[in-house]
Design a protein around this ligand. Structure first.
Ligand SMILES: Cc1ncc(COP(=O)(O)O)c(C=O)c1O
Length: 376
């Protein structure tokens, strides 16, 4: 039983054939623009830019908030390297803060305590597709004049108080990596809630040139006008992505059915204190990106992973907290206690969850998990 398999919906080959037939494969062609429009309408946001990855979208966001040497940006320690890399690549310092014990999302109180005269931005991560406490985060940011960036890598289709993740701050970054709910192999998007950022974002995406204005006929030649890089997705991957974006509700609905089956099957483990289940606040809708259990200690977590693998079920753990990673120690610093991060990183296990899991697949995972708790 794999941990994840990418969803295939059936229209992908035809879309790629169309793209090849049209003979235009480089970035920001009609397929990327269509993907962008679908996201702009869905979220809604002022502008979406289709990128080669969420990592690239986060790098663009760090450029757009003018992070530089001497600046700090606050980020949860419990996240993927990309969130902090974007900050470090600008020569700024990622400041690691703790997460909430319930949602595993960044703690607004820890963010508020970590603010210094050098702080410029707050990067939040909607862990497992469950949006962060954005009203509190945005309030804190407004009080200190900080930019908020949502790392919504895992959160397409999720919402907070009826508003979509990725449209809850000035910028959002999505991932379409093969392990996400909707995929294009590698791929991502930068979403801009703030229309004032659009013009510069187009330039940063196109290697620092005003090529987008040239393509629209607004200037008669294009030239190098700012820093930037090649943050474009190939049209072949964008053609693949269109059908995936259109099917996000179907895919998320299917994943939610598995997520709920897991939760209902393991409620007694929580009641008996054997494992903690995910917490989803009332005012939040999530996209079932991850189903996790928090076990009692690290030794039990290791035994669990080994037992699952021994029976052919790929369960996994993550993240090595960034504050204790080699690069985190070199480029960043910690602010306050990171006790929740350390505890969660040592006890979390994630169960197989992908589009199209059958009752039999789910049943197998549930049986193996229950067998572990019977014999352990
Ligand atoms: C929270 C978070 N941020 C960023 C990324 C990076 O995404 P990508 O692989 O699209 O660059 C991931 C991918 O796993 C992620 O989970």
């Amino acid at each position: 039983m794999p941990f994840n398999t990418p969803p295939l919906l059936g229209g992908e080959l035809e879309a790629i054939r169309q793209c090849l037939g049209e003979g235009a494969f480089s970035g920001n062609g009609r397929f990327s623009r269509q993907c962008a429009r679908l996201l702009e309408e869905r979220l809604p946001v002022a502008r979406a830019l289709i990128t080669p990855s969420c990592t690239a979208a986060l790098e663009m966001a760090a450029i757009l908030c003018d992070l530089g040497p001497g600046d700090e940006a606050i980020v949860p320690s419990f996240t993927f390297s990309s969130t902090a890399n974007a900050i470090a690549l600008r020569g700024a310092v990622p400041v690691f803060v703790d997460i909430e014990p319930d949602t595993l999302n960044v703690s607004p109180d820890a963010v508020a305590r970590a603010i210094t005269a050098r702080t410029r931005a707050i990067f939040v991560v909607h862990y497992a597709g469950v949006p962060c406490e954005m009203d509190r985060i945005n309030e804190i940011a407004a009080a200190h004049g900080l930019v908020v960036i949502e790392d919504a890598a895992q959160a397409l289709g999720s919402s907070y108080k009826g508003r979509a993740a990725g449209a809850l701050a000035s910028m959002g970054a999505f991932s379409f990596h093969a392990t996400k709910n909707i995929v294009s192999g590698e791929g991502g998007a930068l979403t801009l809630g703030d229309p004032a950022l659009v013009e510069r974002a187009e330039i940063v995406q196109e290697k620092g040139t005003n090529r987008s204005q040239f393509v629209r006929g607004e200037v008669d030649k294009y030239t190098w006008v700012d820093i930037g890089s090649s943050y474009l997705l190939s049209e072949i991957a964008a053609a693949f992505l269109i059908g995936q974006i259109r099917s996000v509700d179907e895919i998320n609905g299917d994943r939610l059915a598995t997520w709920r089956t897991y939760r209902d099957s393991f409620l007694d483990l929580e009641q008996s204190g054997r494992a903690r289940l995910p917490v989803v606040p009332e005012h939040v809708r999530h996209n079932a990106h991850i189903f996790y259990l928090l076990l009692r200690d690290e030794a039990e977590r290791d035994r669990f992973l080994e037992a699952m693998r021994g029976q052919g079920v790929m369960a996994t753990s993550h993240y090595v907290p960034l504050h204790s990673s080699p690069a985190g120690r070199k480029f960043g610093r910690s602010a306050g206690s990171l006790a929740q991060t350390d505890k969660v990183a040592g006890t979390i296990v994630r169960l197989p969850l992908y589009f199209g899991m059958t009752d039999r697949d789910r049943g197998q995972v549930i049986d193996r998990v229950r067998a572990f708790f019977r014999t352990d």
